[in-house]
Design a protein around this ligand. Structure first.
Ligand code: BG6
Ligand code: MG
Length: 218
C-alpha cells in the first residue's frame, strides 16, 4: 500500500541548488580564499548549513573562530535569501505541482523532509503550503542526512510506516538517508550519480501515482 510521499525541497521541488552554489562560492572565494566548484556543490547537497561551512573550511589551513563561522553562515544566508526572494510558483520544477495535486486528490499524504531552515519561507513563495500535510525542516531536525531522522520524523508525524512511503531525493546523502530509514526512494537526477536509489528519473514529470504503486507496491 502507498500511504505517503516525502519530498526533499532543494533540487526536487525547486531548483534552489544553483542559488546555494552562488552564495557559497561567493563566501568561499571572497571571504575564505578557496575555490568552490560544481563538484563541491554536489557534495554539499542535503547537508546542513553548518556542515557545508565545515566542508569549505576544510579546504584551507586558516583558522576561524566560532564567532567568525557564525557570521560567515549569516553572510551566506543573506546572499542566498536575496537570490530566492524572487521565487514564485512558476519556479516549481516540472511535475512537482501536478504530483502534489494528484496525491491530495487521491488521499495519499505528502510531507516535506528538508535540511533547509529556509524551507517554510520557500514553500510559501512556491504556493504549496496547502499541498503538504507535514513540514520537517532544518529547524525541526538537527541530525543531518545521511541520518534518516528527517524522513523518520516526517513518517511519524504523518502516522505512516516507512515501508508504505516513497521518498524523492536529488542528493547522495538524501538517498542514503531514505534507504537507511527503510523507505523506497526515487532519485531525481542522473542514475549514475544516485546508485543507491530504487530508481531514478530526471524530474517529477516522469512520476505518477500508478507508476509508484506498480514499482513498489505490487
Ligand atoms: C539542503 C540543501 O536542502 O539545505 C543544502 O541541499 C543546504 O545545499 C541545506 O545547505 C541547508 O539550507 P539552509 O537554507 O538552511 O541554509
Ligand atoms: Mg536536495
Amino acid at each position: 500500500m502507498l500511504s505517503a510521499c516525502l519530498f526533499d525541497l532543494d533540487g526536487v521541488l525547486v531548483d534552489t541548488a544553483k542559488h546555494h552554489y552562488t552564495a557559497w562560492k561567493k563566501l568561499a572565494e571572497e571571504k575564505i580564499g578557496v575555490n568552490f566548484t560544481h563538484e563541491d556543490n554536489e557534495a554539499l547537497k542535503g547537508l546542513s548549513r553548518a556542515e557545508s561551512l565545515s566542508y569549505i573550511l576544510s579546504k584551507t589551513n586558516r583558522e576561524f573562530s566560532q564567532e567568525d563561522q557564525l557570521s560567515m553562515m549569516e553572510e551566506k544566508n543573506l546572499n542566498y535569501l536575496s537570490l530566492v526572494s524572487q521565487l514564485t510558483p512558476s519556479d516549481l520544477l516540472p511535475g512537482a505541482l501536478e504530483l502534489l495535486q494528484s496525491l491530495k486528490a487521491s488521499g495519499i499524504k505528502a510531507a516535506l523532509g528538508s535540511a533547509s531552515k529556509n524551507a517554510p519561507m520557500i514553500i510559501e513563495k512556491l504556493g504549496i503550503v496547502d499541498l503538504l500535510d507535514v513540514v520537517v525542516d532544518g529547524n525541526v531536525v538537527t541530525l543531518s542526512k545521511p541520518h534518516p531522522a528527517v524522513f523518520l520524523k516526517g513518517a511519524e508525524l504523518l502516522g505512516v510506516a516507512p515501508e508504505h512511503t516513497v521518498v524523492f531525493e536529488d542528493a547522495v546523502s538524501g538517498v542514503a538517508a531514505a534507504k537507511a530509514g527503510g523507505f523506497f526512494c526515487v532519485g531525481i537526477g542522473e542514475p549514475e550519480a544516485l546508485p543507491q536509489a530504487d530508481y531514478v528519473v530526471s524530474d517529477l514529470s516522469f512520476v505518477t501515482i500508478e507508476d509508484l504503486k506498480s514499482k513498489f507496491f505490487n
